[in-house]
Design a protein around this ligand. Sequence first.
Ligand code: M6R
Length: 609
Amino acid sequence: MCGIVGYIGKDNAKDVIIDGLKRLEYRGYDSAGIALIVDSEIFTYKKQGKIRNIEIELRKVPVYSNIGIGHTRWATHGKPDDINAHPHLDCTKKIALVHNGIVENYAELRRELQTKGHTFLSQTDTEVIVHLIEEELKTSPDFFTAFLSAVKRLQGSYAIAVITLHQPDTIFVARKDSPLVIGLGEGENFVASDVPAFLSYTNRVIFLDDFEVATVNSNSVSVFNTDGERVEKKVVTVPWSLSQAEKAGYKHFMLKEINEQPRAVADTISGNLSWFRGESYLEGIDPNSFSRIQIVACGTSYHAGLIAKFYLENFAKVPTEVDYASEYRYREPIVDENTLVISITQSGETADTLAAMRLAREKGAKLLTICNVIGSTATREADTVIYTYAGPEISVASTKAFTTQLTALFLFTLYLSRERRALASDEVDSYLKELLELPSKIEAFLNLEREKEVVKKIALEFYRAKDALYLGRHVNYPIALEGALKLKEISYIHAEGYPAGEMKHGPIALIDENIPVVVVATRGKVLDKIVSNVEEVKARKGRVIAVTNPSVKKIGELAEFLIEVPEVNEYLSPIVNVVPLQLFAYYIADFLGYDVDQPRNLAKSVTVE
Ligand code: M6R
């Protein structure tokens, strides 16, 4: 939530920062702004709306500077307007600051600073930080000491970047519970909320930890704890390329990311196969050391968790619970040292998921995270990480992260089943073989122009619908939830996912001749049951769109529209079945003319509670 970019070096900071902000726009797009040091003054420009608003204006302004900071905002405190946009300045206009997070004690700090004569222009929590630094500077020997003192007084979460006329060759940064990374270049350095911001310049990165601050100059970076003591940091090379963070000819990132799924799933399999060759094991977690699993996650990642429950209980025979991370943290879960808690998170920065992990840790659980972002907070706090190799996911609507999470969870289940002797090794090999064939099955569907045209045609038929119902059963019930979530978040059409067998207990009342009912009806143990549910929908004149396999004949007679996907093992079928539902939501949102990659009110990483 909110994106920060800072640059110091040989190029024009304005251009580097705008470029970086555009790459971070998925983190928030309510307003954007930039601050540069130009001719011993701080030049700022900020505006409500998208980055292109400031870009157009700034292109006309002939400012040159080799140091600056920028921000793209997802509003928390104060409405999204020009005044509340970051950067914020102190009273002397010698300090400019951008912030991501929430300062929980901002009201009391604001009152205190007001009594000392500070005037506030915005309604944001952020503005108190810059005034606090100004105030601390009055009694500090240098700017760094003032910065440290101010940071120590903040409660809540923050990633902060500051430039100042008091020390115009340095960017000051600090972090607690909001991501901040430093990119290392040659004679130039970068700070950002996320690596794609500077991926066109460098992939050598320092990940700042909580309660760390840093000074960033063009030729050096120094990291300290909040007592001002030096901290040695590891430089990590992130294996992402710039092309992965660009649209590559696609109209939207979402469409590109849907199409990347065969490669992403294949990479996730090969990136994690070493366990099966006995080359390495899940470090930090003994597969026989726990008797139950709890999964915590949010949004799409939660849906992956619901499917993982089927995997873990059916194959590995480990009792598994799945919770929304935001609920888990407040429900007094029963956790002990015999519990393995698995967090699933694309970004590794979701505040609720991190809080659930910390709670589980306090109660003695071992932590495993399934994560896509190297060096993210979740990966640093868990005992063990299983990476998904989706590459950067830019579109707010998650697609390839989901299918790679399921792939990683299936692999983990096979590993666990083998180690706990819940499956014989030939059974593990046989499931593995089916998993290895999965990328080509997804690719087969995505390469079929005819099927994609079918999805598009159905989207054209229904893009004016007001509501939609998604039905599935067993492992494909969470796919109904995920299909509905995709439609809601990018097309703003109300959609509900439901277990098809539950329909008769309430939602069947919704069905009439106007509502599209998307049914996932591929081969598996509940196919006959779901066919009966489709009959019930038909009997009430519902318009059925079925995702099915070519060999399933009985659905053909009932559904008005058929989307045919390749047949795979039923436990792997969610990974294939979700793809047409992603495309369906995509085409509808595109027909409606919405901003597919940056839907209203949303942000890619939800770093506030
Ligand atoms: O980064 P995370 O996986 O922790 O994010 C969780 C959710 O915020 C995320 O899946 C969200 O629901 C997506 N917008 C769904 O498309």
